[in-house]
Design a protein around this ligand. Structure first.
Ligand SMILES: Cc1cc2nc3c(=O)[nH]c(=O)nc-3n(C[C@H](O)[C@H](O)[C@H](O)COP(=O)(O)OP(=O)(O)OC[C@H]3O[C@@H](n4cnc5c(N)ncnc54)[C@H](O)[C@@H]3O)c2cc1C
Length: 452
């Protein structure tokens, strides 16, 4: 592509269904661009000599300019060939990736980044509609057995990579259905679970077996699993959520974010009759300003919360790219998710000191403002409380979205009872710590590729 569309055509930033409509359901919030919009947006890809989107942005090294060029020509078959050459499960990042590629898009220097993620989604959906998405075919069976523990994106990517190398692959999953956080964490309004089912079907056709409802280390001894496998990929994610050990934590109405989000997804998936935690008519306080917190905001609004407030200990990000993250790094800057647009008071630089209660249920959180010491580039280093800023935020449902803790290899394997050996590989968040779907996919593929 050599045209100059990035100069005279603007980026379409987000295409969401109207707020008033989408808060009434759990269907995906995103609306699809028209064919014409897709062509125009793909033409904005500037055919730059050094495409930083794939060198610095996309962990999978997707050949984004080639994909965009094919979409601009209307050649969906070629676009899928390009995308699927590097991305085994593109339907997931195409929906929920923060689009690291767009953060390092060259067009964002003179203009605005290309709308890469939604173009990728259109390519994936077109490929499914055209019957181009096929089961994995190994070059040759190698006669060896591989076990994968955990069926989140990391586990699925490892299973594909192992199957491609000719292993007979079985995935063990403690939950009732495969998918990990794709199914039991990320809300339906970001990712419809039929997208996971569609892929699992193809993986089964590829000869990958799924054994759900089995927790390795409890229902199946790790040692036994290792004995019956030639290689083991451990993809258990980061199950340990960070808690908030302040006075009053044992009051009713204070929950970890995943208890809230997971229960909602189980209810929508028909596994349980209804969500075990309801935000209906509640004054919700979400503690933690990241993506998980934002998912709690969106879910609370769909429940019919009276009000939703989200607080964060870190300082308010700047509206523009911060100096600490120059292009082509992923920009630290203020982000407003579709959930925030649906209604939420957001506050920053607040530390939570204690929970207050009435009749055993939480009624508020005492907080105070903190002042941050910043590095010369503007990176927050450490905070101190600001005198005289204590206040109580009233609430009757608190959702703790404080992130997850990375465990080291010895702890992970020790818990599962899997003896350490060169034939055991950690993949996805279990290896990286809490991360992103696209990073879990890339790491899993690479780690399996490096196995002897
Ligand atoms: C609420 C939330 C929202 C998120 N939103 C986004 C987003 O929008 N975009 C994005 O890119 N990333 C997002 N992430 C991060 C993303 O979900 C993770 O990075 C990704 O799922 C990691 O994949 P994984 O396969 O390594 O682990 P997981 O998805 O955590 O899967 C681990 C699996 O292992 C299973 N397991 C654990 N122990 C055992 C055992 N002993 N035996 C058998 N099975 C076991 C678990 O049940 C689970 O199914 C979000 C995370 C959360 C919590």
């Amino acid at each position: 592509m050599s045209n100059k569309a990035f100069i005279d055509k603007s980026r379409i930033d987000h295409l969401y269904r109207p707020v008033g409509v989408r808060v009434g359901d759990f269907a995906e919030v995103e609306a699809d661009p028209t064919r014409e919009q897709l062509r125009e947006q793909a033409e904005r890809c500037m055919n730059c000599g050094i495409p930083f989107c794939l060198g610095c942005g996309c962990p999978l090294y997707n050949a984004i300019p080639d994909m965009n060029a094919a979409v601009a020509r209307g050649d969906w078959r070629e676009a899928w060939a390009v995308l699927s050459a590097t991305s085994d499960l593109p339907e997931f990042p195409a929906r929920i990736c923060p689009a690291l590629c767009e953060g390092s898009c060259t067009a964002s220097l003179p203009s605005e980044a290309v709308m890469i993620r939604q173009i990728e989604k259109a390519v994936v959906e077109k490929a499914f509609a055209m019957g181009l998405v096929k089961p994995v075919v190994p070059k040759a069976e190698n006669g060896l057995k591989a076990s994968v523990v955990g069926s989140g994106p990391g586990g699925l990517a490892a299973a594909i990579a192992l199957r491609r190398r000719g292993y007979a692959v079985t995935v063990y999953e403690r939950a009732a259905q495969p998918g990990g956080l794709l199914r039991y964490g990320i809300p339906f309004f970001k990712l419809d679970k039929r997208i996971i089912d569609r892929r699992i079907e193809i993986l089964r056709e590829s000869g990958i077996g799924f054994v759900c409802g089995v927790e390795v280390g409890r229902d199946l001894a790790g040692e036994e699993l290792a004995r019956r496998s030639d290689v083991v990929a451990v993809a258990i994610g980061t199950p340990a959520a960070r808690d908030l050990a302040i006075p009053g934590r044992d009051l009713a109405g204070i929950h970890l974010a995943l208890e809230f989000l997971g229960g909602q997804n189980q209810a929508l998936g028909g596994e349980i009759p209804g969500p075990p935690i309801s935000a209906k008519s509640r004054r919700v306080l979400v503690i933690g300003g990241g993506d998980t917190g934002s998912d709690c905001v969106g879910t609370s609004n769909r429940h019919g919360a009276e009000s939703v407030t989200q607080i964060e200990i870190m300082p308010k990000p700047s509206a523009a790219r911060a100096d600490a993250t120059p292009w082509p790094d992923w920009p630290a800057q203020m982000r407003t998710s579709s959930s925030h647009e649906e209604g939420c008071l957001r506050r920053w630089s607040l530390n939570s000191l204690r929970f207050l209660g009435e009749d055993g249920r939480v009624s508020g959180v005492e907080v105070c403002q903190v002042a941050w010491e910043l590095s010369p580039a503007g990176r927050p280093l450490k905070f101190t409380p600001v005198e005289g800023t204590r206040e109580v935020i009233s609430c009757d449902l608190v959702l703790l979205a404080l992130g997850f803790v990375k465990q080291d290899r010895a702890t992970v394997l020790g818990k599962l009872g899997i003896p350490d050996s060169p034939t055991v590989v950690l993949v996805g968040d279990a290896a990286l710590g809490p991360s992103l779907v696209v990073r879990a996919l890339a790491q899993a593929k690479e780690a399996v590729g490096k196995m002897a």
